[in-house]
Design a protein around this ligand. Structure first.
Ligand code: GAR
Length: 213
């Protein structure tokens, strides 16, 4: 009705999504915390880990979110199980948050432009493992983090958002990683909200017209 205040976000009418992790799960926890505080416009419905002992699973249970271990030793079977679980919980998109597996066409074709990843560098620089170490060894003055849609390459999909982090002369891999991680948490929440609001449109390999508010 005209003049009426916009409805408060409620879990009932929010899009649901999956989070895939492999380890610590601090990016996942940032999303769960934002959701609890009413700052996320989508609902994390299920956390999947490809490692049964991933510390992030325990953290997710503390937030009261359903968790599942899915083996990806057979990638095809792991991805099929993930698709089945996504359908079961009604997930509309997938967030890779420290998920250390390259996904294949099986999962990507089931969720076209609906899978995002967070990476600890300013892509296309330093894809793959140990991005912060790669940045330090190269001698860059700034690095940062990137969210992007996932394609079959390693960290090559369309870039959504990036944040810059200064590299200090006395940085170690640990100190740089910690400062980047802080930015990752905020960037991932912002990116999930854009996705939840349908504000990300991929044209060829680029995302056009992101209107941020
Ligand atoms: C994060 O820094 C994330 O960007 C990185 O793994 C870490 C996971 O931490 N991901 C990649 O390097 C993917 N190529 P978390 O488990 O605490 O979120």
């Amino acid at each position: 009705m005209e003049g009426e205040a916009p409805a408060e976000p409620s879990l009932e009418n929010m899009k649901k999504f999956l989070i895939l992790i492999s380890g610590r799960g601090s990016n996942m926890a940032a999303l769960l915390k934002a959701c609890r505080k009413g700052r996320l416009r989508a609902e994390p419905a299920l956390i999947i880990s490809n490692r049964s002992q991933a510390p992030g699973l325990e953290a997710a249970r503390d937030y009261g979110v359903r968790t599942e271990f899915v083996s990806f030793k057979d990638a095809e079977a792991g991805e099929q199980r993930t698709i089945d679980l996504a359908r079961e919980v009604g997930a509309e998109f997938i967030v890779l948050a420290g998920f250390m597996r390259v996904v294949t066409e099986t999962l990507i074709n089931a969720f076209p432009n609906r899978i995002i990843n967070i990476h600890p560098s300013l892509l296309p620089a330093f894809p793959g493992l140990h991005a912060q170490k790669q940045a330090l060894e190269y001698g860059v003055r700034v690095s940062g983090c990137t969210t992007h849609f996932v394609n079959t390459g390693v960290d090559t999909g369309p870039i959504i958002l990036q944040r810059v982090v200064e590299v200090k002369p006395d940085d170690t891999e640990d100190t740089l990683s910690a400062r980047i991680l802080e930015q990752e948490h905020a960037l991932l929440v912002e990116t999930v909200n854009l996705l939840a609001d349908d504000r990300l449109h991929v044209v060829n390999t680029r995302i056009v017209n992101i209107s941020r508010n």
